[in-house]
Design a binder for this molecule. Structure first.
Ligand code: COI
Length: 354
């Protein structure tokens, strides 16, 4: 009865149960763990998104002729919410994800939610799933917004209806290596993206095509694949799941975003932090030969965060790099994650407390 529900002892037991979901927080990796709620917002033919809603997490119904299923008209995003010691949640640069989705939507002929709609939806999804946000220090809630052509279409054209969805999953480290250094394999056969293509936006169609190279490399014991430019097979592009940085002396170099590599939000943040620390940061072409002579190599991404690269293998030649506590990589990781978790003062205005 209502009275019983309000009785103090019953209430306090319930509250404890509700505070955290029943999860083994010490053994999170990057696997999908369904949470309580997802967010859904549809957009009609006129290009305006109706009011979205938080609803129980579950399967969605799609026409077999949905644009996303037939022609890959889809985009995704990724961002994280950290739980602070005071119980609030911290989102990292959600406006950047909203803007990137708008840019990608334009390229894929889709309407996109406004920045305000996007950020509100992310906030609602995170708060609705709060009991799935790991305790401080155990990981974060990975939030995955999707935008897709959900309406039916047979001839090649933009779908007549679009759906914006967000789901979330608690996560910790992305790679099975945990925080141990990665071993990358430089791919010489397959390319990730080409000039004039969609490599610079977060379309779903950039990801399935690299599975072949990625599975092959993983079966040989590598953590990820590093792709080269498709024209000369000479300059670094990015890995399957993250951007790449190369350090020698005081010069920190990363491939320039010219439409073939993803404009990572972690990439952008690391560039800014590094400049403030006094590194000379260069966004430009990086030949493989330069990588082979680097002192440190590391990867960045929302899922990957900042991950040290211990070795790179290119044409049967394996080169090793500096790793461990005294590296720039570790220093940058500590600063970035410190800001994301609310332990370091956020002088950049990147963190949104909800
Ligand atoms: C992310 O880092 O959020 C990504 O979207 C990469 C994905 C391969 C997990």
């Amino acid at each position: 009865s209502l009275l019983q529900a309000c009785e103090p002892s019953v209430y306090s037991t319930r509250k404890e149960e509700d505070e955290y979901a029943d999860v083994d927080w010490d053994n999170l990796g990057f696997g999908l763990m369904p949470t309580d709620y997802m967010y859904q917002m549809k957009c009609a033919q006129n290009g305006t998104f109706e009011r979205g809603q938080v609803r129980p997490y579950g399967n969605i119904e799609l026409s077999p002729s949905a644009g996303v299923l037939n022609y890959g008209q889809g985009l995704f995003e990724g961002l994280k919410a950290y739980r602070k010691e005071n119980g609030s949640l911290l989102l990292f640069r959600p406006v950047q994800n909203a803007i990137r989705m708008k840019v990608g939507a334009d390229r894929m002929c889709m309407p996109a939610p406004s920045v305000e709609q996007f950020v509100d939806a992310v906030r609602e999804t995170a708060l609705a799933n709060k009991r799935w946000v790991p305790p401080p220090g155990k990981g974060s809630l990975y939030i995955r917004p999707l935008l897709m052509g959900s309406g039916p279409i047979l001839g090649l054209a933009p779908a007549p209806e679009f759906t914006f969805l967000i789901y979330a999953s608690p996560v910790s480290t992305y790679f099975k290596e945990g925080t141990a250094p990665l071993s990358l394999y430089i791919e010489n056969e397959f390319d990730r993206a080409s000039r004039g293509g969609t490599g610079g936006i977060k379309t779903i169609t950039n990801y399935a095509p690299v599975l072949k190279a990625l599975s092959r490399a993983k079966s040989r014991g590598f953590s990820d694949v590093l792709y080269l430019d498709s024209v000369d097979k000479k300059n670094l592009e990015e890995a399957s799941s993250c951007n790449i940085f190369v350090l020698k002396g005081n010069v920190l170099a990363t491939p320039a975003t010219k439409g073939t590599i993803l404009s990572g939000i972690t990439r952008k943040s690391i560039i800014e932090i590094s400049r403030d620390l006094g590194y000379q940061v260069e966004e430009r072409a990086i030949p493989v030969e330069e990588l082979m002579e680097a002192e440190e190599v590391f990867c960045t991404g929302t899922a990957v965060v900042v991950a040290s690269v211990g070795s790179v293998t290119y044409k049967d030649k394996r080169i090793e790099f500096g790793t461990g506590a005294q590296t720039a990589c570790r220093r940058l990781y500590d600063i970035l994650v410190g800001i994301q978790m609310g332990h370091i003062k956020d002088k950049y205005g990147w963190v949104m407390e909800i």
